[in-house]
Design a protein around this ligand. Structure first.
Ligand code: 2P0
Length: 355
């Protein structure tokens, strides 16, 4: 059988992940090695995904990428690094009966057309680069029959597309190891916990603003590394302790501790943004009202029933447990009047987690 004139294609989806222990700052810009480990939860929700189709042909003259219907430059160093590393690890393509269809050496003659779509706002602090680059790397790896030379290698490639993307390749609670090796081979993402015992966890996403943020995460964290003493202190002194507590909380199914650390982490990340010079403001007045609402809600209920976390944008991700969901949603509606419909620029959706 010859594939000389065939178009080969594969379509994959990748989910968004939400960091509970935040990644902010790199120790190596080129290889995208983080200052500290981070921990995320992968969201199992159909309306927060990237879907990517990769078509390969010997007859394409170059690699091309379309994102949400618009052609994008694919010549960035990050994307080229990912494609080069994926090509290097390509395997033989065989038919079901074992017949060799494309030998691994042949892939260098193929070029890709990559069509990617996010079904949620891009670059609004909703982890679009995480699901986007994870899907980009994963779908090309599938097409190329990529073979890992060490466990977690694919996550090191996704990491070089965008740091947080490495966490979107796995489900449940995912740890992105900081690593110590200068070549970054030990800075991989691993599933820390399947999340099977956390099926009652619910995520409520409040879209405060779906516009693209002014300061990209990449640029923002660069300035933070250069100017924020708080970030240095946090990565060395705070994150290791919080990560260890979070690990125990996940294992012990301790929502109160998980929720508390999640809020502290979010606050410290945004404090680092404020400690950056010039400061970076991702939270808006509405974001701050949501923070106040959560603390008031918990105080009124006499415990920790809901947590918030904010990434590099104003949109809130709330964590709660199934038994509290209806009450929380009713209170959100009473306070903000934005559930379940869009009102005053704020929308919300509820999803199950983890994946
Ligand atoms: C996180 N964020 O852990 C943190 C919390 C934003 C705030 O990962 O430069 O888009 O591509 O590695 O991965 C955003 O950073 O940055 C991010 P690059 P990325 O989810």
């Amino acid at each position: 059988m010859s594939l000389e004139n065939e178009l080969l294609s594969v379509t994959c989806t990748a989910p968004v992940n939400i960091a509970l222990i935040k990644y902010w700052g790199k120790r190596d810009e080129e290889k995208i090695l983080p200052l500290n480990p981070s921990l995320s939860i992968t969201l199992d929700v159909d309306d927060l995904r990237t879907k990517t189709t990769v078509v390969a042909s010997k007859h394409f003259d170059r690699d091309r990428l379309w994102l949400n219907g618009k052609e994008h430059d694919i010549s960035s160093k990050r994307m080229q690094t990912c494609i080069t590393k994926l090509r290097q690890g390509a395997g033989d393509l065989r038919s079901d009966d074992g017949t060799l269809l494309i030998a691994k050496e042949e892939w260098k003659h193929y070029r890709f057309h990559i069509i990617s779509e996010n079904n949620f706002p891009t670059a609004a602090g909703l982890a679009s680069s995480a699901s986007g680059l994870a899907c980009f790397v994963y779908s090309i790896s599938q097409l190329l029959c990529f073979k890992e030379t060490f466990p977690g290698e694919l996550t090191t490639i996704a990491r070089q597309g965008s740091g947080s993307a490495c966490r979107s390749l796995l489900g449940g609670f995912v740890l992105w190891e900081c690593g110590i090796a200068p070549d970054g081979t030990d800075s991989i993402a691993k599933q820390m916990d399947t999340g099977d015992k956390w099926k009652h966890l619910r995520i409520v996403i409040l879209i405060v603003n779906d516009q693209q943020k002014k300061t990209s995460s990449t640029a923002g964290m660069q300035t933070s590394v250069q100017t924020s003493d708080l970030l240095k202190f946090r990565s060395k002194e705070v994150v290791p302790v919080q990560l260890s507590r979070m690990r125990d909380a996940i294992k012990e199914e301790d929502f109160t501790t998980l929720a508390t650390i999640t809020m502290q982490e979010s606050n410290q990340f945004h404090a680092c943004c404020l400690d950056t010079f010039p400061p970076i403001f991702y939270l808006t007045d509405v974001s701050k009202e949501i923070i106040q609402f959560v603390h008031d809600y918990n105080a009124k209920c006499g415990g920790t029933f809901v947590a918030y976390t904010f990434d590099a944008g104003p949109n809130a991700v709330l964590l709660t447990q199934d038994e509290n969901l209806d009450k929380l949603v009713a209170s959100l509606y009473q306070r903000f009047g934005f559930f379940p419909v869009t009102r005053e620029g704020v929308t919300s959706s509820v999803c199950e987690s983890p994946q």
